[in-house]
Ligand binder design. Structure first.
Ligand code: FMN
Length: 185
């Protein structure tokens, strides 16, 4: 699969890291973009730079690993920006209210909000792992508009009926849910 993943400054960088870990052995082509606050929160919550983590993993076909392309959030010419490139799915995890609102309002001013636009206009799966509490009325209105446009609004709200024992179990619940919306999920 060709997948575009945006990582924003919502809390929950662990979801993005685990999502990438789970997709790493699949032989996929993954484009990942971190916003400025996505980078910031990743380091703050995971005690490691995104780049350090990425360099510690096997990518780019090594032993069947997925290819990982890191695009600059300011690069609106990168492949996820192009409708013609036909990605199988677009995920924003975690998705801040800023980025969710930007996509809902059509403000394609960085690569993540731009690929949100592209996913909607090209009718491709777009999954937003949103994280905020409490949600404001204006957030809910914008999410309703997105849901009506076919976007999967997925609150980072894990179920506990599988009796998770570790934080990893809790995180995996949401990560597996995100992956289930991709074509091969
Ligand atoms: C430690 C930390 C945690 C944050 N958690 C959230 C959050 O859970 N949800 C949210 O919408 N914004 C959160 N924010 C605020 C966003 O990072 C901020 O609105 C930022 O402008 C988002 O920009 P981006 O969407 O380009 O990443 C958090 C900020 C910090 C510093």
């Amino acid at each position: 699969m060709r997948i575009a993943i945006g990582v924003t400054g919502g809390s929950g960088a662990i979801y993005a890291r685990r999502l990438l870990e789970k997709l790493q052995p699949g032989g996929h082509t993954i484009h990942v973009t971190l916003t400025k606050y996505g980078n910031w929160v990743w380091k703050e919550e995971l005690d490691q730079d995104f780049r350090e983590w990425k360099d510690g993993m096997k990518w780019d076909g090594e032993e069947g690993a997925s290819d990982l392309i890191v695009d600059s959030v300011n690069d609106l010419y990168a492949e996820p920006s192009w409708g013609l490139k036909k990605f199988d799915g677009y995920i924003v995890a975690p998705c801040s209210m800023r980025t969710m609102s930007g996509i809902a309002c059509g403000i394609a001013d960085n690569l993540v909000t731009r690929f949100g636009d592209v996913a909607i206009k090209e009718k491709r799966p777009l999954i937003l792992l949103i994280r905020e509490a409490p949600l404001l009325e204006l957030h809910l209105e914008r999410m309703l508009a997105l849901a009506r446009a076919g976007v999967v609004i997925l609150p980072a709200s894990p179920g506990f009926y599988l009796k998770p024992k570790t934080i990893e179990d809790v995180v995996d619940f949401m990560v597996d849910k995100m992956i289930s919306y991709l074509p091969e999920g």
